[in-house]
Design a protein. Structure first.
Length: 230
């Protein structure tokens, strides 16, 4: 009589769960001092840079064979431009989820945040030390960000039980989703690369982390460097 064996099993989403791929938009146009980005509802709205369009093509090829039931973008055009190659391949029209737009950066909007990061400005140092966006004058509070991101993810999960969706969003939002799902310190997951794929599975009130900052489809592989927001 042979012995009973119990092999390690592959992950299977719970019944009714929603599998959410979080794609950070491709690299956006550079910030130039004295030439602020156009604003949409007070937030910088740069288009993709040429490198960002390459990121979008790589994402489209990576996900083209995946079973996806819906695509989502935000109100900012860099997400729609990143989603476009995949949308064309799949014949899916992206839907807009406004509450997954980027963190509002207050007085550092329009590209100024990047300059402050590059200069290691004291306010940026405080932001990281305290784990709060709103040390930037006029920026969104951590509480407001968490509330809107939680609400958006819960709405998407409720709309797509037993489905997989791709959400084209932003670095600050991906970091917040991962912080909520893992219970980590604020900003611990800040730094997703442009064009990277992260993943959670939402089952009831439980958010299961499946991957973060997957860049296997991008040139540079593990050497991909994080980029500033916007």
């Amino acid at each position: 009589m042979s012995e009973v064996e119990y092999r390690q099993s592959a992950f299977t989403p719970p019944a009714g769960a929603t599998d959410i791929l979080l794609v950070r938009h491709g690299e956006s146009a550079p910030a130039v001092p004295g030439k602020p980005f156009d604003l949409v509802d007070g937030q910088g709205d740069p288009e993709l840079a040429p490198a960002g369009r390459e990121h979008a093509e790589h994402v489209g090829r990576r996900l083209a064979a995946e079973p996806l039931d819906a695509l989502y973008v935000t109100t900012l055009r860099r997400t729609a431009e990143t989603a476009a190659p995949l949308a064309a391949r799949l014949g899916l029209a992206p839907r807009v989820e406004k509450d997954l737009r980027e963190v509002h950066l207050g007085e550092f909007e329009g590209g100024l945040f990047r300059q402050k990061v590059a200069q290691n400005d004291p306010i940026i140092q405080r932001m990281h030390a305290e784990g709060r966006w709103d040390v930037i004058p006029g920026a969104e509070t951590s509480e407001a960000l968490r509330e809107r991101v939680t609400g958006a993810i819960e709405r998407l999960a409720a709309a797509h039980p037993d489905q997989r969706i791709a959400v084209f969003t932003h670095g600050g939002v991906i970091g917040e989703v991962m912080s909520i799902a893992s219970g980590s310190l604020p900003l611990a997951f800040l730094g997703a690369s442009n064009g990277s794929i992260s993943q959670i599975v939402v089952s009831g009130g439980r958010w299961i982390v499946r991957r973060f900052n997957d860049t296997a489809h991008l040139s540079g592989g593990l050497d991909q460097q994080p980029a500033a927001l916007s």
